[in-house]
Design a protein around this ligand. Sequence first.
Ligand code: NCD
Length: 337
Amino acid sequence: MKFPGSHILSIDQFERGDVERLFEVADRMRPYAHRQRITRVLEGAILGSMFFEPSTRTRISFGSAFNLLGGEVRETTGFETTAIAKGESLFDTARVLSGYSDVIAMRHPEEGSVREFAQGSRVPVINGGDGSNEHPTQALLDLYTIRSELMSRGRGLDGLRIAMVGDLRYGRTVHSLSRLLLLYQPVHVHLVAPPELRMPAEITEALRSAGHEVIETEALEQGIAGVDIVYSTRIQEERFASREEADLYRGRLRLNQSVYTANCEPNTVIMHPLPRDSRAGAQELDVDLNDNPNLAIFRQSDNGVLVRMALFALILDVADQVDTHARDVNWFTERRF
Ligand code: NCD
């Protein structure tokens, strides 16, 4: 893939070399993300951030990543504050807003909407999630996290064994992550979901055709045994016809410390794209795992900044200039990690 000027709409755009290039740039972003150095490489550049669905991590980490590279962020959240509420098309909105920005990050509840928007945009558009379809930057930060967690345990990605747990039907993060895994050597994938919330057959078939071993089960205990990574997900309540329907599945696949101890191998990494649903009936990842050193969920959300910085640097073609526009910080920066 040619990064400079490209839209990032689907994980299918990436080849393995692109992922490696992105991760290598992301590694170099660490001193900036950790506030040891400042770079102004994107000084004067503007990110248009358009989020038409709830978002905390994705929206803020896109914005922080752009700020950390020296650029500015213009935010739009919710349809009601835009002319889309007056009937303006995505194409026209894109045409207009791309006149005010150098790059746009967008989230929208409908599948395919970000692609439609990109057709009207005169600047690169990054998909921050389109309905239950895709969330490519999340998949990249997830794989970056898997790689660094395994490296810290003296392992590589080869022979990866991963369990994806929860709402695999509507969860766009697991859709994109599964597609990204197609680029790697045969991996072992356990898909743990109620029958109604299984991974779309098209993705399961693509995994099998790529030579991956795929095991589908409803049983959490069986699914999380013998894997390196447990990737838990939230029931995507907003995609169901009613809250009552979502309630049927909430809390069914609940990982807590005792289930972990009884079934997982020592050092199994626990991931989740977040938000985890911490309401009483849900708790897909119980708070009693908070002291478990293998709970990687906050390292994972931190990595979102590194990966999004790298993506901006590559799309705007400044990856090799970041360090030449840098200096040390002059404020107190000690952090507890
Ligand atoms: C996910 C999303 O929006 O798809 N969150 C995120 O971006 N980290 C997962 C979710 O909402 O459950």
